[in-house]
Ligand binder design. Structure first.
Ligand SMILES: [Zn+2]
Length: 100
């Protein structure tokens, strides 16, 4: 099966056809668009500036809620109530001995 060629999916209403350009495509929520038919270009707005992406560690910051669940998880792993691998179980047991 041949891979579907990526094309600009913008429908040019005045010409009653799709753009189907294959040059400099970028993916947007409605699909692939050429530079002339990006959502901003169609809306008559300037293109948004290039961002720097997510901040480093943006999704790794522990919240108080996550920290408390992690503590509960660790306690259950130690007790053997929560299934875990041997490495985690031994680490939890070792942590228990250190704190006891
Ligand atoms: Zn286009």
């Amino acid at each position: 099966m041949k891979a579907k060629e990526l094309r600009c999916g913008h429908f040019i209403g005045a010409e009653q056809r799709h753009c189907h350009s294959t040059r400099n495509l970028r993916e947007y929520l409605p699909g692939y668009r050429c530079p002339a038919h990006t959502p901003a270009a169609v809306a008559g707005r300037p293109e948004p500036p290039e961002g720097e992406g997510p901040l480093p560690g943006a999704w790794t910051t522990p919240t108080p809620d996550a920290a408390s669940w992690a503590a509960i998880d660790a306690r259950h792993i130690r007790s053997g109530k929560r299934r875990s691998n041997t490495t985690d179980y031994r680490a939890a047991k070792a942590a228990e001995r250190r704190t006891a």
